[in-house]
Design a protein around this ligand. Structure first.
Ligand code: GTP
Ligand code: MG
Length: 227
């Protein structure tokens, strides 16, 4: 369900938007959000939907394991050389906001090793509502919450909910079972975010990741159009 159509807003250019050979580097998109909200499932679905039209790669972050990367490898969503894992060893937000060096190295190595890429998806480890990505690491960020986490989350706010370039309210198929009011979540999210887009998503439903994939396509078009 689309609640806003400001899909073509130009992404902020990162400090270094070009590769050493002068080509525009890949658009870097961060996915953050609470534990288990559906970040890896969304990344997997995006890869399956977009891999025929865009050259993709993924960086995952886990505290002590490579579990998310291993899931994506097992599912075969991309060739193995396009999936890499960062073990943060500490709070996930540290590695995506405060000391981004391991993640920056991972995205740069992926692009150097696999040739020109269109989009690199960087999944944060599951964290709390305050976790956001440094703009030095990603050009735009997606925050994923789910209906099972409670329908008051959009109202509670926090920088992920209020400032992410896209908010996904995931697992809408579970709303009837956990007593979440989707209309209320949509209303509260719109109020907290002003013009910023919100998409309600069920990866089990017929639309699946389609609307989010369309948002990624639009961001990539805008990124390419910036010369
Ligand atoms: N019913 C339903 N389940 C979903 C949906 N999206 C994801 N899931 C399930 O939710 C569980 C957690 O999904 P993940 O993608 O691993 O969540 P995550 O945010 O990556 O979790 P962490 O990386 O551990 O923070 C998995 O069992 C998914 O299959 C959805 O739209 N509907
Ligand atoms: Mg995950």
């Amino acid at each position: 369900m689309h609640l806003d159509h400001s899909h073509d807003a130009p992404p902020a250019l990162g400090a270094d938007a070009h590769l050493p050979d002068g080509r525009r580097r890949a658009l870097r998109l961060g996915l953050g959000g609470p534990v288990g909200s559906g970040k890896t499932a969304t990344v997997a679905a995006l890869c399956r939907t977009l891999r025929a039209e865009l050259s993709l790669a993924v960086v995952t972050n886990d505290i002590y394991t490579r579990e998310d990367a291993e899931f994506l490898l097992k599912e075969g969503v991309l060739p193995p050389e396009r999936i890499t894992a960062v073990e943060t060893g500490a709070c996930p937000h540290t590695a995506i906001r405060d000391d981004i060096s391991a993640n920056l190295e991972a995205v740069e190595e992926l692009e150097a090793a696999t040739g020109p890429l269109d989009v690199i998806l960087v999944e944060s480890g599951g964290d709390n509502l305050t976790a956001t990505f440094s703009r030095g690491l990603v050009d735009a960020q997606i925050f994923v919450i789910d209906v099972a986490g409670g329908d008051d989350i959009p109202r509670k706010g926090g920088p992920g909910v209020t400032t992410a370039d896209l908010l996904i309210v995931n697992k809408t198929d579970l709303a009837p079972y956990v007593g979440s009011d989707l209309d209320r979540m949509a209303r509260d999210a719109a109020q907290a975010r002003g013009e910023l887009p919100v998409l309600l998503q069920s990866l089990r439903g017929p639309e699946g990741v389609g609307p989010v994939a369309e948002w990624v396509r639009a961001r990539h078009r805008a990124w390419r159009a910036r010369g």
